[in-house]
Write a protein that binds this ligand. Structure first.
Ligand code: MG
Length: 256
């Protein structure tokens, strides 16, 4: 099932998207909390504005250096344990929303990533039980002010600016995350071309590790790390993150 959050100019609604990504069947409420029932209303995806498919209730958990080839391009090796950081939910925006490059940074990078959406309250989850607490998966761009990441010595500001966590275009609930092709394009040029099979710590291990520290709530999001090929974006450019069997998340970058 593909679940989108959308608006036709008023309050956000939820809907089921067809396999072609073209048609939307509206449902009555937020499927994270309510049984799925169709309202009978249908829309063309092209005629609605898609929103971030979830607004994380309490937190976005990021994972750093979870692909060996990306750790190497950053001048290191993968950590022995998952490297976690937190992103405020105020950083989340949706498909097509502009990513605002802040005046504090001169070096803003894209990072295409698989995002996991948590479906239920979870604490101390064993890796083999992780699937029970997952609602679904979507695409993310873990936008990073690389210069501030270096100069601050920790990552809250560099990854936490407003608009720095676009999610979308929808949540795919039926998916095996083990070996999904992930590609990032900058103005149409392929800049990251990887597979989730190359994650150092898989989704189950990440949920186990994160839930050993934090209680996970429905709607929380885990960003699972980025493959090699990160790089800078200039204002006016557009970055697309495409993940096999999910779809394409596309956002323009702007400076005010
Ligand atoms: Mg990242």
């Amino acid at each position: 099932m593909r679940i989108a959050r959308f608006t036709v100019g008023d309050d956000p609604r939820f809907g089921l998207v067809d396999g072609a990504g073209e048609k939307l069947a509206e449902i009555t409420g937020d499927p994270l909390y309510q049984r799925i029932e169709l309202t009978g209303a249908t829309y063309a995806v092209a005629d609605v504005r898609l929103l971030a498919p979830v607004i994380p209730r309490s937190k976005v958990i990021g994972i750093g250096k979870n692909y060996a080839d990306h750790a190497a391009e950053m001048g290191g090796t993968p950590p022995a344990q998952p490297l976690m950081f937190l992103v405020p939910n105020t950083a989340v925006v949706g498909p097509g929303d502009p990513i605002v490059m802040p005046p504090q940074s001169r070096e803003v990078h894209y990072e295409g990533e698989l995002a996991v959406v948590i479906g239920r309250v979870a604490k101390d989850v064993a890796p083999e039980d992780a699937a029970k607490v997952i609602f679904g998966y979507t695409c993310a761009n873990d936008v990073t002010a690389r210069d501030l990441q270096r100069s601050d010595g920790q990552w809250s500001r560099a990854k936490g600016f407003d608009t720095f966590c676009p999610l979308g275009p929808w949540i795919e609930t039926d998916l095996d995350p083990g070996a999904l092709w992930l590609v990032t394009r900058r103005d149409g040029e392929v800049v990251q071309d990887g597979t989730t099979a190359d994650m150092v710590f898989g989704v189950g291990e990440l949920i186990a590790y994160a839930s050993a520290a934090f209680t996970l709530l429905p709607g929380d999001v885990i960003l699972t790390g980025t493959p090699a090929g990160v790089g800078p974006v200039e204002a006016g450019q557009r970055v697309e993150v495409e993940i096999e069997d999910i779809g394409v998340l596309s956002n323009p970058f702007v400076r005010h």
